[in-house]
Design a binder for this molecule. Structure first.
Ligand SMILES: Nc1ncnc2c1ncn2[C@@H]1O[C@H](COP(=O)(O)OP(=O)(O)OP(=O)(O)O)[C@@H](O)[C@H]1O
Ligand SMILES: [Mg+2]
Length: 448
């Protein structure tokens, strides 16, 4: 066989080529050389493990054709035969590289039930988590070859949340072994070839709006294109837990489905400050279990109002009972939340906006206790809806539940307050200002 020159990897690409963890994500900035590294690694694995099966996946057929099939045809030439019908490269040693795409959930059916030794998901942040979960199930075989999934990613996209959770934040769920996950960061500055040959591309990235530039040029994962709550910042909007003072009013808001119970407990200081002080995010609970758990979490506190979605008050066809009645039997008596979407999200934005704290300092009306980690990670991951930029996208579905609960609270509380609005008595205002000043002097609240 003729020797072929595939190119020289840069330092980060070399790290990626050598990585042997089960799940390796390579990503960050645009143009770092990720797709090149995918093709290079796939070819090397095909030659190294005789008879292995490799899958390279992209979101659409067009992207697959441009990014992988065409360059692979050029690189492999007579080393592997290509079947366009099957989108498959077959090597003389029996190895195969299959090129696939997955734009919709039904595209996944083509790969389920198949066995692969190595799977590459190029632009994994363009796919939802179920694609990754399903492909994990295809990573198997009895040939003794290692089994690995390699992902590449840029911040942003429908899969931003789960890629960030696993590879950047490293917040693992039960059954996920941290040792299996490795992240290798790629920056445009790593790809010297592109910088030399296409300086215009670098200029184009540098001229992007600042948030996109931070995401695509520097590989920053906290901001991304299409983010709904761009103003959200962990530093500003989260605080250390403290004991809720007696005179604060407490509220609950929740979203319920068998797929997820998402409940928030919110305290109001009576002067425009809100604190999310507890959260519950649990799948697979029937109503009685959900109600029991919510009761246990509430720990006998006095709750002014519990906001639940209006559809809980519709009668179920089979039993004639409403979900709200079932919750009430379990001790959770809620009122109908105002669940209008756009006004609800705007009400959340108002809560995140900095306001005068009464002592001349600007702080947001809403703060989230640092131990409410689900809300803190899901709220900034929400994306704008493609068709209606004022609304939040329904995808990825799993990050919407706890944010919906916050939306129910934000709008329902606002509407109630509007009705009851009274002017604050000047003496109370002076007292509040003095209290805020004193509290700042003691550097925050008393912690648990
Ligand atoms: N080691 C290398 N040797 C030769 N060319 C390379 C090398 N690495 C990357 N390139 C070239 O640099 C360009 C950008 O690389 P690539 O498409 O892999 O970047 P990317 O990180 O996948 O970009 P994007 O974020 O836009 O998907 C391509 O033309 C690619 O062929
Ligand atoms: Mg690429």
């Amino acid at each position: 066989m003729k020797r072929r020159f595939l190119g020289t990897p840069n330092a980060k690409q070399r790290e990626f080529l050598k990585a042997t963890e089960r799940y390796v994500a390579y990503g960050g900035a645009r143009g770092g050389g990720k797709s090149w590294a995918v093709r290079c690694k796939a070819m090397l694995l095909a030659l190294r493990y005789r008879g292995c099966r490799i899958l390279i996946l992209r979101r659409t057929l067009g992207e697959l054709q441009e990014n992988h099939i065409r360059p692979l045809c050029e690189s492999l030439g007579d080393v592997a035969s290509y079947s366009d019908g099957k989108k498959r490269f077959t090597f003389a040693n029996g190895s195969v590289i299959l090129c696939g795409y997955c734009a919709k959930s039904r595209d996944l059916q083509r790969y389920q039930g198949q066995e692969y030794d190595f799977i590459f998901i190029d632009e994994a942040t363009q796919m939802e988590e179920y694609v990754f979960s399903a492909l994990k199930g295809c990573l198997r075989g009895t040939n003794g070859f290692p089994k690995r999934i390699y992902l590449t990613c840029n911040p942003g996209g429908v899969g931003h949340g789960w890629v960030k959770r696993l590879f950047i934040d490293r917040k693992f769920k039960e059954g996920e072994d941290p040792k299996d996950y490795r992240f290798i960061s790629a920056r445009l500055s790593d790809n010297l070839i592109l910088q030399e040959q296409d300086p215009e591309y670098v200029k184009a990235l540098e001229s992007l709006p600042s948030d996109m530039k931070r995401a695509w040029l520097d590989g920053c994962w906290d901001l991304f294109e299409g983010q709904y709550f761009e103003e959200f910042s962990r530093e500003v909007h989260s605080c250390e837990p403290f004991e809720i003072p007696q005179d604060y009013r407490r509220y609950m808001a929740f979203d319920y489905g068998l797929d997820m119970l998402a409940c928030l407990w919110i305290a109001h200081d009576g002067h425009g400050r809100f604190f999310v002080y507890r959260e519950l995010h649990r799948p697979g609970l029937i109503v009685s279990e959900a109600a029991k758990l919510m009761q246990e979490y509430t720990m006998g506190e006095h709750i002014e109002e519990i906001y639940m979605p209006p559809d809980m008050h519709s009668r179920q066809k089979d039993s004639g009972v409403t979900m709200a009645e079932l919750f009430a039997r379990g001790g959770i008596r809620g009122v109908c939340a105002d669940n209008r979407r756009v006004p609800g999200w705007l009400a959340v934005k108002e809560l995140l906006h900095p306001v005068d704290d009464g002592a001349g300092e600007m702080t947001p009306a809403l703060q989230i206790f640092k131990n409410c980690t689900t809300l803190i990670s899901h709220l900034p991951a929400l994306r704008r809806d493609d068709k209606n930029g004022s609304d939040v996208s329904l995808h990825p579905h799993e990050i919407t539940h706890i944010c919906d609960a916050l939306r129910y609270f934000a709008l329902s509380f606002k509407m109630c307050e509007k009705k009851e609005k009274t002017t604050e008595d000047p003496l109370a205002l002076a007292k509040r200002r003095a209290f805020a000043k004193a509290a700042r002097g003691t550097k925050g609240h008393r912690c648990f």
